[in-house]
Design a protein around this ligand. Structure first.
Ligand code: HEC
Length: 160
């Protein structure tokens, strides 16, 4: 009787140690990559949805128009009378011309002087297939205001 009793104790003790300390750990370790993958997928999809992707602005139905400065508002009026017929009401493009709220027209790639040159002399088609842009007769101040307007739109849409 005494022998059986001690055997049971020695058999149980190692088993219970292995079961209680060993099994929960592998379970938790399995969960970590699953949770990380799940979180990663959620973060990735949120960033994908929020980030204005390259070129997606060109086809977006609308762009966000920020609260404009006084100069930007003056430029908006000039733009709507002289540029919107081709470049779209909010510089988001039309069938006659490209969007200016677009990555390729950010300030480092198309500087303000390129904008002035485009307005003063017109543009030979080189980026798109809309044809040439005619020269537009604007005063220096009007051109400056239009540039302010386009830059404000660009910044509000993550460009420049
Ligand atoms: C009759 C249509 C038309 C009008 C009006 C027009 N544009 Fe354009 N514009 C175009 C087209 C088309 C292009 C693209 C040419 C190309 O393929 O690169 C263009 C390109 C530009 C460019 C890029 C120039 C470069 O160096 O690549 C700027 C800046 C620009 N337009 C500004 C303006 C502004 C500002 C106005 C108004 C004052 C205006 N445009 C009016 C058709 C127009």
């Amino acid at each position: 009787m005494a022998r059986k009793h001690t055997r049971r104790q020695t058999w149980r003790a190692p088993n219970s140690v292995v079961v209680s300390s060993g099994s929960p750990k592998p379970q938790r370790l399995w969960q970590i990559p699953l949770v990380m993958a799940g979180l990663g997928a959620i973060v990735f999809s949120i960033m994908y949805l929020l980030h204005p992707g390259t070129g997606s602005i060109a086809t977006a139905p609308g762009i966000s128009v920020p609260v404009l400065s006084a100069g930007g508002r003056a430029g908006q009026r000039v733009f709507q009378q002289n540029c919107a017929q081709c470049h779209g009401l909010n510089a988001d493009g039309s069938k006659q011309g490209p969007p200016l709220v677009h990555r390729i027209y950010e300030p480092l790639q198309h500087t303000d002087s390129r904008f002035r040159a485009a307005v003063d002399r017109g543009v030979q088609a080189h980026h798109w297939n809309f044809g040439n842009m005619p020269r537009i007769g604007l005063s220096d101040l009007e051109t400056q205001r239009v540039i302010e307007y386009v830059r404000e739109l660009q910044r509000a849409n993550g460009i420049g």
